[in-house]
Design a protein around this ligand. Structure first.
Ligand code: AMP
Ligand code: ZN
Length: 144
């Protein structure tokens, strides 16, 4: 698998850096986050070095989600959590700090202190939503 020596996740995948492994198959591995946001916070990473979402094909992207789904199912009995968040930061503006694409799997329990800040308190005007939807449909190549 193509790896990048400067990348900490590649170094974990080649065994040069330590990690606490929770899952692996021929395409993916998952290990515990070294600075967990919550107890059991795990990261699903492809074995090959791919920086972000745009570098993933549908097949590998689907496999990452599926590994996250399996992990989420296992976390409930293993860690006694009541829910799970899947989270992926794509790009610096989104909070990505390690440029080897990864899916955060966050076991959740009431009062664990983790949360996302809520956005607008009132919905935007429908014409603004329609304009955003039109731009996105165009970029996706959908007929408008
Ligand atoms: P992100 O900010 O979405 O790019 O997430 C990168 C995550 O990688 C952070 O939650 C870090 O705590 C985690 N991380 C960085 N270095 C390591 C490491 N050596 N082992 C495990 N997790 C790491
Ligand atoms: Zn890498």
């Amino acid at each position: 698998m193509p790896t990048t020596p400067a990348c900490i996740f590649c170094r974990i995948l080649t065994g040069e850096a330590e990690a606490s492994l929770v899952y692996e198959d021929e395409n993916l591995a998952a290990f515990l986050d070294i600075f967990p946001m919550v107890h059991g916070h795990s990261l699903v990473v492809p074995r090959r070095h791919l920086a972000g979402l745009a570098d993933l094909d549908s097949d590998l992207g689907g496999k990452m989600i599926d590994a996250g789904r399996k992990l989420a199912t296992a976390m409930r009995p293993a860690l006694g959590c009541q829910g799970v968040n899947l989270f992926l930061a794509d790009g610096t503006a989104a909070g990505q700090t390690v440029f080897h694409v990864h899916l955060h799997v966050l076991p959740r329990s009431g009062g664990d202190g983790f949360g996302l800040r809520r956005g607008l308190h009132s919905p935007p005007a429908r014409h603004e939503l329609e304009e955003q939807a039109r731009r996105l449909r165009k970029a996706l190549g959908s007929p408008s």
